[in-house]
Design a protein around this ligand. Structure first.
Ligand code: ADP
Length: 229
């Protein structure tokens, strides 16, 4: 699903964010990418989303080398990935429903499909009763679930959660991890990017540790087993 083949990323100005990173995230895996601030986690995400290009080496998503992807192909790449950003990135002037519907409208999906799909994804994240609320009428955890609903709307193969516990309290983060596990159990690959060791430790999943741009640990094959809470 995601292959990093000897990837180095040097930003203009000379900051090396990733150094000779090689890794393979398989379809259907649940993976934590763990590292301190400045370790290279955001760069890792930006490379997968083709917001940045590798300076050397290759990033492949579903067999496609992203350095060879044409600009017009980038939106299709991103549509196959749902990202839940740390700050949720909801539009404050739109209801929860409209926020999710908007993500479909911009891709020219017919209204009939939107009307059917949006309530379905709200149901998946357990937020059916709050579709008509505006973001500022929702708790942090609820806003995060709207962001997750939006991430799921195009039926992506991959869900990326960027610092999912950053803006919500610990109880709600357990709930979010439960939702991500449920999503993973139907075959969707889940990548959780976090600086929280404790979060990664609590779940018996694969943990890739990044430090100063290097992969310094990888538990590789995830032990089989359910979420340990
Ligand atoms: P993390 O997400 O783990 O905090 P980042 O990927 O944001 O780490 O950053 C890794 C390194 O790359 C840091 O040293 C950071 O200062 C540097 N960096 C990140 N983005 C840029 C940029 N746009 N320009 C220059 N340096 C950057």
């Amino acid at each position: 699903m995601i292959v990093f083949d000897n990837v180095t990323k040097v930003y203009p100005g000379g900051n090396t964010a990733l150094k000779n990173v090689s890794l393979h995230i398989h379809k259907g895996e649940f993976v934590f990418v763990l590292g301190h601030s400045g370790a290279g986690k955001s760069t890792f995400l930006k490379l997968i989303l083709r917001e940045e290009k590798a300076t050397s080496g290759h990033v492949l998503v579903d067999g496609k080398d992203l350095s060879r992807l044409k600009e017009r192909e980038v939106p299709y790449l991103r549509r196959n990935m749902g990202v839940v950003f740390q700050d949720f990135r909801l539009i404050p002037s739109m209801t929860a429903y409209e926020n999710v519907a908007f993500a479909m409208r911009v891709t020219n999906i017919p209204e009939k499909k939107i009307v059917a799909r949006v309530p379905y994804v709200f149901n998946l994240v357990g937020l059916s009763g709050k579709m008509d609320k505006y973001p500022d009428e929702l708790s942090g955890g609820e806003q995060q679930r709207v962001a997750l609903a939006r991430a799921l709307v195009h039926s992506p193969q991959l869900i990326i959660a960027d610092e999912p516990t950053g803006n919500i309290d610990p109880e709600l983060s357990v709930e979010m991890m439960g939702l991500l596990s449920a999503i993973n159990s139907v075959g969707i690959t889940v990548v959780v990017v976090t600086h929280e060791h404790e979060l990664a430790r609590r779940f018996s999943k694969r943990v890739i540790r990044i430090d100063h741009g290097n992969v310094v640990g990888d538990t590789a094959e995830a032990p089989v087993g359910e979420v340990l809470l």
